[in-house]
Design a protein around this ligand. Structure first.
Ligand SMILES: NC(=O)c1ccc[n+]([C@@H]2O[C@H](COP(=O)([O-])OP(=O)(O)OC[C@H]3O[C@@H](n4cnc5c(N)ncnc54)[C@H](O)[C@@H]3O)[C@@H](O)[C@H]2O)c1
Length: 425
């Protein structure tokens, strides 16, 4: 995990270890894989496991879908207060101090890559050993991170690695400046273009280049996966997916907008307000970082309009589609509580208004952690499917990301059914 000491990554790491050492405190509530059942009452986990075995075929019958206890989690961290797992857990205060010891292994995280053009960390908090544009070229950073991945695999005797960017939201790159082919990507690396290759891309490129079989997931809101990067993963026969986790407010939006559209009620506007008091919220304060998040949070309304041309006629007479306003504020005293307030305005017959208001308060991290497990397991499952490319994997995993590079439906049930059909027996 890049950002291994963060709220999500460190809590996820703790949960995997606590599961391994027999703690009954980890329910994984919120994980489709661990807790949901299909219509026939069969657990999703069992179904996925059987589906995976049959896909891998007779030659690989011993291969199985793993359980969280079997995962080994490590990674890179740039903040000196979170250089080890136990220090990060103590700092983040998601897992209570008396429970921290239930994870048996403290892990020292690697230093990783930092570029203050993309996110800003207080200089006094930056680890002295991070790689920055001042002391490492892109090629050197890539050599180190690639070798970190292969060493980790060798030390823990792993067949497969998922590199997950769980760092803070970087500033997004203008798409016209991003590499659109592998050649352009190589040229940018050669000429050390650190202004358009942010750290999240360095982790991704290293995942594509590592000798160990590797996949990549971007959980943050910036547009890490350029066309050039996707081409690189496709060429290597590896999967790279994701842009911004879909954990709470946007997920509920996929359910409510589906309901309104399916019952034939046109939405006129969605106004979304969020407050966050955790480290993630704090790092979103600079306007250009926040813009990355606003982009992914706002991206669904055009897709909704396309699902029903009776409600949303594409003609000129239509008054501009669903208006979507999103705002995000940082309120330190709210801590890890995510507070979301959404107003859905729609129209009934005789032009009479219909409004729905939702309010959600919950620990942000505890929404995300079970979803990280789902992403990893389902991704590995798709990775074992012959002929799978990044775009198709991304479309299948749309349930978990706000702005997948390819979106077939903006609605929850369609996204859920598509995934289940692909991975369950
Ligand atoms: N519900 C959710 O938690 C949720 C939902 C959607 C998206 N996300 C995204 O997931 C990511 C992680 O969220 P979080 O709450 O754990 O954030 P966090 O701030 O608690 O953790 C991020 C960690 O990444 C580290 N980091 C930043 N840049 C790094 C780099 N280049 N290399 C290594 N480490 C780096 C930071 O020091 C920090 O410890 C964020 O981008 C967030 O926007 C989270």
């Amino acid at each position: 995990m890049a950002g291994a000491g963060g709220n999500n990554a460190s809590t996820f790491n703790w949960c995997c270890q606590a599961s391994r050492y027999g703690s009954d405190t980890v329910s994984w509530y919120g994980s489709i894989l661990m807790n949901a059942v299909q219509d026939n009452g069969k657990s999703i986990y069992k179904s996925v496991r059987e589906g995976h075995q049959s896909r891998l075929g007779a030659a690989a019958q011993h291969e199985d879908i793993f359980t969280p206890e079997e995962l080994v989690v490590g990674g890179w961290e740039i903040d000196n207060r979170k250089a080890t797992l136990f220090a990060a857990l103590a700092q983040n205060e998601i897992v209570s101090p008396d429970m921290i010891g239930k994870a048996q292994n403290d892990t020292e995280f690697l230093a990783g890559v930092y570029n203050d053009a993309f996110i800003t960390l207080d200089a006094s908090r930056l680890r002295g050993d991070v790689m920055t544009p001042r002391n490492f070229t892109l090629s050197d950073q890539l050599d180190v991170v690639t070798s970190d991945i292969d060493k980790f695999a060798a030390t823990h005797e792993l067949d497969e690695i998922v590199v997950m960017y769980s760092g803070n939201t970087e500033i997004s790159i203008d798409t016209s400046d991003q590499p659109s082919t592998i050649c352009e990507l190589d040229a940018m690396i050669k000429s050390d273009k650190q202004d358009v290759i942010p750290p999240s891309c360095v982790y991704a490129i290293a995942a594509a280049r590592a000798s160990t079989s590797c996949m990549f997931v971007n959980t943050a809101a910036q547009n890490t996966l350029s066309q050039g990067l996707i081409a690189l993963f496709d060429e290597r026969g590896r999967l790279a997916v994701g842009r911004d986790l879909k954990t709470g407010q946007t997920r509920l939006k996929c359910v409510l907008t589906e309901y309104m559209t399916r019952v034939g009620i046109p939405l006129t506007s969605i106004a979304s307000h969020n407050t966050l008091g955790n480290s993630d919220g704090c790092k979103l304060r600079p306007p250009r970082n926040c813009q990355s998040k606003l982009n992914t949070k706002s991206s669904m309304t055009t897709a909704i309009e396309k699902t029903n041309t009776l409600l949303y006629p594409p003609s000129e007479s239509h008054t501009g589609g669903i208006e979507h306003m999103v705002n995000i504020s940082y309120v330190r005293s709210h801590g890890d509580d995510k507070r979301a307030y959404d107003e859905y305005d729609a129209t009934l017959m005789f032009n009479r208004p219909f409004s729905t208001i939702t309010r959600m308060v919950c620990p942000d991290t505890l929404l995300a952690v079970p979803i990280l497990l789902d992403i990893i397991v389902f991704l590995m499952c798709l990775g074992g499917t012959r002929g799978m490319h990044c775009r198709s994997a991304t479309a299948l995993l749309a349930l978990f990301f706000k702005d997948p590079i390819k979106l077939e439906s903006p609605f929850f049930s369609a996204q859920y059914n598509t995934l289940m059909t692909a991975v369950c027996k």
